[in-house]
Ligand binder design. Structure first.
Ligand SMILES: *[C@@H]1O[C@H](CO)[C@@H](O)[C@H](O)[C@H]1NC(C)=O
Ligand SMILES: *[C@@H]1O[C@H](CO)[C@@H](O)[C@H](O)[C@H]1NC(C)=O
Ligand SMILES: *[C@@H]1O[C@H](CO)[C@@H](O)[C@H](O)[C@H]1NC(C)=O
Ligand SMILES: *[C@@H]1O[C@H](CO)[C@@H](O)[C@H](O)[C@H]1NC(C)=O
Ligand SMILES: *[C@@H]1O[C@H](CO)[C@@H](O)[C@H](O)[C@H]1NC(C)=O
Ligand SMILES: *[C@@H]1O[C@H](CO)[C@@H](O)[C@H](O)[C@H]1NC(C)=O
Ligand SMILES: *[C@@H]1O[C@H](CO)[C@@H](O)[C@H](O)[C@H]1NC(C)=O
Ligand SMILES: *[C@@H]1O[C@H](CO)[C@@H](O)[C@H](O)[C@H]1NC(C)=O
Ligand SMILES: *[C@@H]1O[C@H](CO)[C@@H](O)[C@H](O)[C@H]1NC(C)=O
Length: 335
């Protein structure tokens, strides 16, 4: 008989608990770190009970009181020091604002509404709020930790993102060359600040970069939903110059000097040939007469002079021309 009674008592207790569990409204809410969180009570005063007869309070999962509204006004007496000065009440819809939300503020909250009438305290309404706290990670950023050297095409990169919550799911590098994209997953280094509870995360990658292609590297961070994926600005690693800078400069200098020089020399050779050809041909009549008229000289001298006078101007003109060509080519070679 006794054992039967106690079983009945237990099942009644269970029934009441389940009833209460289903009878209490509950909701989930989300707040951002260092901002304001909202703890709505969803109480509608359908019985038009005057504020002077209402007792409304919020408590956390450790039963510490955040705020108490006692018969028409705020009652700070029962409020836990952790919440002093951090709350404010919106009386229109019975929503408590929790300011400067911290990571440790996540958890379950309860709001109770009682009617303090002649017959004592009567429970009117209860609300459970499950508050989760998020902090947006900063945009991931790629940094070069070791560069390519002359004999190695390996670069080491680190990507980091800071001050987020909760711990992200994964972090990765994307390498894009001309028409291919490769994902590199690496193990996340996770650091949690033990005061704020926020995470800093980073990944590192040692990558062999093809020296003749441009590479673009992106870093992505996949946080827990509902936070969305974050991407770093692209980090561009340019193709290596095909030749070391000094020898690469020399051909340019050589060309700008050598080409006009060659043209100039060619011009001179051309002029000399022209002179020779003219020597073989009979000279212009006026030149010969002029020289003859000057007087008696040796045939050798006469021939030399006779040929030089008209041709010196020809030759000079020719050289000037080839100089002009050479200098115009030089200025062309500069641009
Ligand atoms: C919190 O926000 C204030 C401005 O609203 C800002 O000055 C402060 O740096 C923030 N603190 C953290 C830890 O983000
Ligand atoms: C409550 O008061 C409003 C006006 O303030 C009135 O319209 C409504 O009928 C009242 N309800 C009850 C249940 O007394
Ligand atoms: C309560 O009312 C305020 C404006 O008075 C509004 O900003 C807030 O969203 C409301 N909260 C709820 C839970 O309805
Ligand atoms: C966090 O990021 C989301 C978008 O992902 C944005 O809607 C929200 O306003 C951000 N919150 C803060 C506090 O920066
Ligand atoms: C890395 O080396 C390349 C040449 O290979 C150079 O252009 C670049 O400026 C270097 N970057 C850093 C951060 O030293
Ligand atoms: C985490 O990131 C913040 C912001 O970039 C920085 O101030 C802090 O020193 C970082 N902490 C660690 C341990 O790296
Ligand atoms: C990239 O595309 C070009 C043509 O657009 C193709 O010839 C080449 O094979 C491709 N390279 C890779 C790595 O897919
Ligand atoms: C680059 O990273 C690799 C792999 O983590 C490491 O073995 C190497 O020493 C690093 N190089 C430099 C110059 O730090
Ligand atoms: C790399 O990028 C630079 C600048 O965008 C471009 O001038 C160059 O042609 C590219 N080189 C290759 C090999 O794609």
């Amino acid at each position: 008989m006794g054992s039967c009674d106690s079983t009945m008592g237990l099942s009644t207790t269970l029934f009441v608990m389940v009833f209460l569990f289903f009878g209490v409204a509950s909701m989930k809410n989300l707040a951002y770190f260092n901002e304001t969180g909202y703890l709505p009570c969803h109480f509608t005063n359908s019985q038009n009970i005057s504020l002077g007869e209402l007792v409304v309070f919020w408590q956390n999962q450790d039963k510490l009181v955040l705020y108490e509204f006692y018969r028409g006004k705020e009652n700070p007496e029962n409020v836990d020091p952790d919440y002093k000065g951090r709350t404010s009440l919106d009386k229109d819809n019975w929503t408590l604002r929790l300011h400067n939300v911290q990571i440790k503020d996540k958890g379950l909250y309860q709001c109770f509404v009682h009617h303090k009438g002649a017959s004592g305290l009567v429970s009117l309404h209860q609300m459970n709020i499950d508050l989760s706290v998020l902090a947006n990670f900063s945009q991931p950023e790629i940094m070069l930790t070791s560069n390519r050297t002359g004999n190695s095409d390996v670069v080491n990169l680190t990507c980091s993102s800071a001050q987020g919550y909760p711990e992200p799911k994964k972090m990765f590098f994307w390498q894009t060359t001309m028409n291919s994209t490769r994902e590199h997953d690496s193990v996340m280094n996770i650091f949690q600040n033990n005061v704020t509870g926020l995470y800093n995360v980073s990944i590192s990658l040692s990558l062999s970069i093809s020296p003749e292609k441009n590479a673009s590297i992106l870093c992505g961070l996949q946080p827990e939903p509902p936070q969305t994926q974050l991407l770093s600005p692209p980090y561009i690693i340019g193709a290596k110059p095909t030749e070391p800078p000094l020898p690469a400069l020399e051909p340019v200098v050589t060309a700008s000097v050598l080409i006009p020089l060659i043209i100039f020399l060619c011009g001179i050779v051309f002029c000399v040939r022209l002179k020779k050809r003219k020597k073989q041909q009979p000279g212009p009549a006026h030149g010969r007469e002029a020289i003859k008229a000057e007087g008696e000289e040796s045939k050798q001298t006469e021939e030399r002079v006779e040929n030089r006078v008209p041709e010196r101007s020809d030759e000079a003109q020719c050289v000037v021309n080839s100089l002009k060509m050479a200098s115009s080519d030089r200025s062309a070679a500069h641009f």
